[in-house]
Design a protein around this ligand. Structure first.
Ligand SMILES: Nc1nc2c([nH]c(=O)n2[C@H]2C[C@H](O)[C@@H](COP(=O)(O)OP(=O)(O)OP(=O)(O)O)O2)c(=O)[nH]1
Length: 317
């Protein structure tokens, strides 16, 4: 019989400049030489926060003051199953120093190289990088409405939205690419991510992200873009989330959480099914379907990275 997974705490110390502290796993330990977030195994009788505070004290000589849950990543390294429980540590006392001879370095999450991290930490890095909102354009937008939507998306980016999917099924593919290219300078100036729906080749050429459809998930054999370009995937059940993980995507949307006008025939998941699926997925998951930005706190309580949406979001931004 499988043993219960090892419960491992990981603390992402976030400083005022938005940098996080990475530690090198010491020689002789499992995954030696790879970078990780400081932490370690929970001991019997400890709560997660007590275990995290102890590890941060032992490894870095700091006292934990404030931390919030970030993501829980179920992972398996050969025979070793673990639950990597990552917290965002926003306040501590003392200056972190290497007490176990481990290398330490501060870096912005966008500048960390995922290939140098312990494999399970890629999901933590994505959770640090990805924003709480994911906006998707309404499917019925016509090519004739281009200028209106150019302005609308521009306003959303200027208002602070950081990730947008261009899903424009009524437009010729070339027009969507041209539209994305024209939005890119503004998006880059604000560090906002643009994703094309399904158009892997367009995303490759433009150097932007792609959001994979369920049909693409089923047929692709590997991640379609380099790690520097973001890849999302539309999922509706555990099998699709598992396939998204095999393809090494950066995040998934899981839908429909609630009844939604765009997919009236789909059976809503509800928050409890959403939570079960999101917690079993080793990647950030956005709640999609009938969502409005005001549901962010509820979605995060259910283990979501954030909320994604079409109608409820454009009216708000
Ligand atoms: N601490 C930590 N461990 C991680 C991360 N990512 C990741 O895959 N792991 C794995 C590596 C190990 O298999 C396991 C944690 O073990 P550990 O060796 O750090 O635990 P510990 O500090 O209690 O060490 P020890 O005294 O038992 O040697 O989790 C991470 O970001 N932080």
């Amino acid at each position: 019989m499988d043993q219960a997974p090892l419960h491992v705490l990981a603390g992402a110390l976030c400083d005022r400049e938005g940098r996080v502290l990475l530690a090198e796993r010491p020689a002789g330990k499992h995954l030696a030489g790879l970078w990780e977030f400081p932490g370690g195994k929970r001991e019997p009788g400890e709560t997660p926060l007590v275990a995290l505070a102890r590890e941060l004290d032992e490894e870095l000589g700091i006292a934990l003051v404030e931390a919030a849950p970030l993501i829980r990543v179920p992972w398996r390294y050969h025979e070793r199953a673990l639950l990597l429980d990552a917290w965002c540590v926003t306040q501590w006392r003392g200056a972190p120093r290497s007490l176990e001879g481990q290398g330490l370095r501060w870096c912005l999450p966008m500048q960390a190289d995922p290939a140098t991290l312990a494999p399970a930490d890629r999901a933590i890095l994505q959770a640090l990088r990805l924003p709480p909102h994911y906006l998707i354009t309404p499917a019925e937008v016509l090519p004739a409405e281009r200028d209106f939507w150019f302005e609308r998306i521009g306003h959303a980016i200027e208002a602070g939205e950081r990730m947008l999917q261009l899903r424009l099924p009524l437009w010729p593919r070339e027009s969507v690419r041209e539209f994305a290219a024209s939005l890119l300078p503004l998006a880059r100036a604000h560090a906002a991510q643009l994703l094309l729906n399904a158009d892997i080749e367009g995303a490759r050429v433009l150097g932007i992200g792609v959001h994979l459809t369920g049909a693409q998930l089923a047929t692709l054999g590997e991640r379609p873009l380099p790690l520097q370009q973001i890849v999302g995937a539309s999922c509706h059940d555990a099998a699709q989330l598992a396939q998204a993980l095999r393809l090494d995507v950066d995040f998934a949307t899981l839908s429909p959480v609630a009844a939604t006008a765009s997919h009236p025939q789909a059976q809503p998941l509800g928050w409890s099914n959403f939570q079960e699926l999101a917690e079993a997925a080793a990647m950030p998951v956005y709640a999609l379907g009938g969502m409005v930005p005001a549901q962010l706190a509820q979605a995060q309580l259910a283990g979501a990275q954030g909320v994604a949406g079409i109608r409820g979001f454009w009216s708000a931004s």
